[in-house]
Design a protein around this ligand. Sequence first.
Ligand SMILES: Nc1ncnc2c1ncn2[C@@H]1O[C@H](COP(=O)(O)OP(=O)(O)OP(=O)(O)O)[C@@H](O)[C@H]1O
Length: 204
Amino acid sequence: MNALVTCSDITIRFDTETVLQHFSCTIPEGSHTIFKGASGSGKSTLLKLLLGFVTPTEGSLQYADGQTARQMRSHIAWLPQDLDLGDGSVEELMYRPFEFAANQLKTPSAETRLSVLKKLGLSEDTYRKQFRDLSTGQRQRVGLAICHLLNKPLLLLDEPTSALDKASKDRAIDLLLAHTNKTIISTSHDPYWVKQGDNIILLD
Ligand SMILES: Nc1ncnc2c1ncn2[C@@H]1O[C@H](COP(=O)(O)OP(=O)(O)OP(=O)(O)O)[C@@H](O)[C@H]1O
């Protein structure tokens, strides 16, 4: 498989803290790559590097087609940890990402949005609720539903199963991982999710 992204000898330093040092990796196109490591090892920072939100102190990051991380953003669906979509109902907030010009043509119907939520085990009642009133696991599933509906070639998922029970994890795996030709890069401590990866990168 061709490399979608290559990290070469990357060091990331915040003030006096060195989060990553001389870190290199290759992420094949079409892989499910998982960054696995202890809390504080730099997993979320790596996803932010891939999004261009963090700049390496040393080293370089290259996407296959010569695009910068910032240019790649329109091809990426990102699920951050502790997703907070702000005020509004799930119904309203699921529209928001489709207001951006790059996503407008993909705007899903209410029927499609509901059907994806149901595939993740959420009900119509959840769809009508205020996002801020949802449990952490329900929020996480709304985020996964949005990532799925955005239908981007690259998914970045930060601890996507941290608040999910086994049945919800299985639904997320069926929706996002089964029969896909996308590249998925996730971070996880969860052995059940890590089993789904085909390129596991351990961080010290
Ligand atoms: N913008 C920032 N400024 C200063 N320090 C930061 C910044 N972002 C991350 N860090 C530090 O970098 C280290 C790694 O953070 P990161 O969130 O990448 O870890 P993680 O492996 O994802 O952890 P967890 O599994 O707990 O989510 C932490 O010590 C964190 O405090």
